[in-house]
Design a protein around this ligand. Structure first.
Ligand code: MN
Length: 265
C-alpha cells in the first residue's frame, strides 16, 4: 500500500507524524505538506506563482518527506502529479481541531483530501476535536484500521471520508457513528485598526454555532462518539430545482433582443 499524508498544520505539526507512524507498518508512506500552518485556506490553489518543494528529513524514519511553499491542496497536487505519483490513499491529518459542518468547505484539511478524491483516489480527512490534542492513541489505531478497510475492503471506491475524533483517552470514547455533514458555522467578526498610514482589517473567528440534528457529525462528536462522514463533491441544491425551473421563462426574457434603436449592442 502506498499512502500520501498531508494537512494544513505545517510540516512539524505532531499530527502528521502520528499519522505517518500509524501507517508505516502497513504502507509505504510519503509526506507532502505546507512548510507552515495554513488552516482555513480550504481548496485554495497557487496558480499565479511557481511553487517550491524541498525534500526534508522526516520525523519518522523511512518516510519520504517534502515541505511545500504553498497550500495543502497545492501539496497534494504536487505529490500526486509529480513528486510521488499514484497512491492507494491520501490522508489529510491528523488535524488539530474539528472539521465538521460547513467548516468542511473552508477546511485546509478537507481541501487537501479533496485533491486526492477528485483525482480518483481514496481520501481520508482526519481530525481530533481539540486545538491541543492530548490523546492521539485512539485516532492512530482507527486511522490504521480505516486505511486497511478503505484500500483492501469491499467498500465502493473512491471514498472521501471526513473523520472527527473527540479528544478522549482510549476506552472513554462512546463508539463510532457513521454520520452526515451537519451544520456548524462560525460567525466571523472583522476587527479594525489603523497602523498610522492605512486602515487594517482582521477577520477573526468567534465560537462556532452548532446546529444539532440526529445523525449529524456535530451531534455525534458532542455525544463523545467518533464521527465518520462520507463526503462527495456534488453540491446541487435539488430542492431548489423546481422553483428555479418555474422562473426560467421570466429570466429568459432578459436574453431577448431589446426593442428600440437605443438598445442595440
Ligand atoms: Mn489545521
Amino acid at each position: 500500500m502506498k499512502v500520501l499524508i498531508s494537512n494544513d498544520d505545517g510540516f512539524y505539526s505532531p499530527g502528521i507524524w502520528k499519522a505517518a507512524e500509524a501507517l508505516k507498518p502497513i504502507a509505504e508512506v510519503f509526506v507532502c505538506c505546507p512548510d507552515r500552518e495554513q488552516s482555513g485556506v480550504g481548496t485554495c490553489l497557487t496558480l499565479h506563482a511557481p511553487i517550491r518543494a524541498d525534500s526534508r528529513a522526516p520525523l519518522v524514519e523511512g518516510v519520504t518527506a517534502y515541505a511545500v511553499e504553498g497550500t495543502p491542496a497545492d501539496s497534494v497536487i504536487l505529490a500526486l502529479e509529480s513528486l510521488v505519483g499514484p497512491v492507494d490513499l491520501v490522508v489529510s491529518g491528523i488535524n488539530n481541531g474539528a472539521n465538521m459542518g460547513e467548516d468542511v468547505l473552508v477546511s485546509g484539511t478537507c481541501g487537501a483530501a479533496l485533491q486526492g478524491y477528485v483525482r480518483g483516489y481514496n481520501a481520508i480527512a482526519i481530525s481530533i476535536v481539540s486545538l491541543h490534542p492530548q490523546h492521539y492513541g485512539p485516532t492512530v489505531s482507527l486511522l490504521r484500521a480505516l486505511a486497511e478497510e478503505v484500500v483492501s475492503g469491499d467498500l465502493a471506491k473512491p471514498l472521501f471520508l471526513n473523520v472527527n475524533v473527540p479528544d478522549r483517552a482510549a476506552g472513554s470514547l462512546s463508539g463510532i457513528e457513521i454520520t452526515h455533514m451537519g451544520r456548524r458555522s462560525y460567525t466571523e467578526v472583522v476587527k479594525e485598526g489603523d497602523d498610522g498610514k492605512r486602515k487594517w482589517y482582521w477577520i477573526a473567528r468567534s465560537k462556532p454555532v452548532h446546529h444539532e440534528s440526529e445523525g449529524a457529525d456535530v451531534s455525534a462528536v458532542l455525544a463523545g462518539r467518533v464521527s465518520i462522514t462520507p463526503l462527495q463533491t456534488v453540491l446541487t441544491n435539488h430542492e431548489a430545482l423546481p422553483g428555479l425551473r418555474s422562473v426560467v421563462k421570466d429570466l429568459a426574457r432578459a436574453l431577448a433582443p431589446a426593442e428600440g434603436p437605443s438598445a442595440a449592442d
